[in-house]
Design a protein. Structure first.
Length: 311
């Protein structure tokens, strides 16, 4: 994260000190909500409707563990009613941002924070924080990409509804109606997504990064391996050779990549194992067609089915 000059930090601190702490919103004004991802932004908008104004600190496509937040965004945190975060160890950058904002309501466990991971059934929770070879593993508290199982939108939006209802009790009925309509769209989407993927249940796949275990579990794919031993770190020649041998033995024909996956690594996997690469979108806005949470799965299921069905 960029280091600001001392004068900039001082100016920002003075600006934040002068800003009033906001826990609700003036009558008739929308609640201002800050999220740490575009996916949570979309879900807050689904529940809050016209009664919320939402900003994501992180863009749609980014290294989730290293986000650069601009001073203007930090200043706006001070005036927000809620902070909705992915939680776990997904946002190591957030602590410095909140320290700069100086808003005690948004400290971990504070009254203005919605930790969207609460209530979600996590996977990979027994992954050690340090691997056997002493390299750090960023999913030491469980895999953080839980929003990629669409069923997890139920507990996430329930937590958002509860927080918005506390921030603006007069609007709670409207929030409940909005969530009910969203869950109707979600149910229709699940039927739409599961039907074309049903013939491919049990298909072995390799993922590049540990982004996709929730998605794979929901739609019945079997993950044979993750190509990156550490997120963002390509496999060594020895690790790559072992992976290719495992792919051939398991008859893996699909590699699921992220938009920022290494083209060189993808080429090696495709050529070395005769596999087809499909790039899925991890977050809302990561593709022009992924305009909201429901559309995100429309995009990914369409891409995956096309790859699976190709001769």
């Amino acid at each position: 994260m960029r280091r600001w000059r001392a004068a900039t930090i001082l100016a920002l601190a003075l600006e934040l000190a002068a800003a009033p702490a906001v826990q609700g919103a003036p009558a008739g004004a929308p609640l201002r909500v800050i999220t740490t991802s575009t996916d949570l932004k979309s879900l807050v908008e689904a529940v809050g409707g016209a009664r919320v104004e939402v900003e994501s600190l992180a863009p749609a496509l980014h290294d989730p563990h290293a986000v650069e937040v601009k001073p203007g965004q930090i200043a706006r945190i001070k005036g927000a009613a809620l902070l909705v975060r992915v939680g776990l160890d997904h946002e190591p950058w957030l602590a410095k941002v909140l320290a700069a904002a100086g808003e005690p309501r948004f400290a971990r466990g504070g009254p203005g924070v919605v930790d969207a991971s609460r209530g979600v059934r996590l996977i990979q929770t027994e992954t050690p924080r340090l691997r056997a070879d002493a390299r750090p593993h960023v999913h030491g508290l469980g895999n953080t990409h839980y929003w990629l199982d669409p069923e997890n939108a139920r507990p996430i939006t329930a937590a958002i509804l509860d927080a918005l209802g506390r921030a603006s009790p007069v609007d709670r009925t409207q929030f409940e109606d909005n969530r009910h309509r969203f869950l109707g769209r979600l149910d229709a989407g699940l039927e739409r997504w599961q039907r074309p993927l049903a013939p491919w249940r049990g298909t072995p796949v390799v993922i590049v990064h540990e982004t996709w275990p929730y998605f794979a579990a929901r739609f019945g794919l079997t993950i044979v391996a993750a190509a990156e031993p550490v997120p963002g770190v390509p496999p060594t020649p020895k690790e790559l050779a072992a992976l290719l041998a495992r792919m051939r033995a398991s008859r893996v024909r699909i590699v699921i990549a992220d938009p920022y996956s290494s083209p060189a690594l993808l080429r090696q996997l495709a050529e070395g194992a005769g596999a087809r690469v499909v790039t899925l979108v991890p977050s809302v806005g990561g593709d022009p067609a992924a305009t909201d949470y429901i559309a995100l799965f429309d995009v990914n299921v369409k891409r995956l089915v096309a790859a699976l069905a190709a001769p």
